[in-house]
Ligand binder design. Sequence first.
Ligand code: GNR
Ligand code: NI
Length: 172
Amino acid sequence: MSILNILQHPDDRLHISAKPIKELDAVTHQLVKDMAETMYSASGIGLAATQVNVPKRVIVIDISEARDDLLVLINPEIQSREGTVVFEEGCLSVPGVYDRVERSEQIMVQALSAEGDEFKLEATGLLSVCIQHEIDHLDGKVFVEYLSRLKQDRIIKKLKKNQKGLDQQGSS
Ligand code: GNR
Ligand code: NI
């Protein structure tokens, strides 16, 4: 098992459209394990493979309080949507930034499990928001792209400043 490096916005690799998994082999199983470990270690409720620089359609999610209810979605497809909801979102690739994003309130998702079994899931609330946020990552989209250009510019400035501070710390 290993904890993977999470790409930070802005990074061109966060805008790559991820490819479907064709065969659930040992490499994919290891990826799922490493992504879960990375998500838990970063205290996130979800992680898309895109964020760890693997452009494949793999997502891990755990919205449970106890952090013991892992959901794996491979090649997820949203089949239907209903309603809208506004949620305050954050992202492990955009640390320290939280803002409101409008999403579908309820979704029907089809995906493969880690074992390769096809399943359908009706999601509402935080789970629905999280699945949409993660599928956006697979499509090369980061949540801040829903915000105004002004906000996006401020966020990039702030993240670059934080990154500079970290680089200096590391080299001293
Ligand atoms: O940890 C996360 N929290 C979160 C909160 C509200 C909406 C979406 C999320 S996902 C995020 C982890 C992450 O960046 N996944 O891509
Ligand atoms: Ni994210």
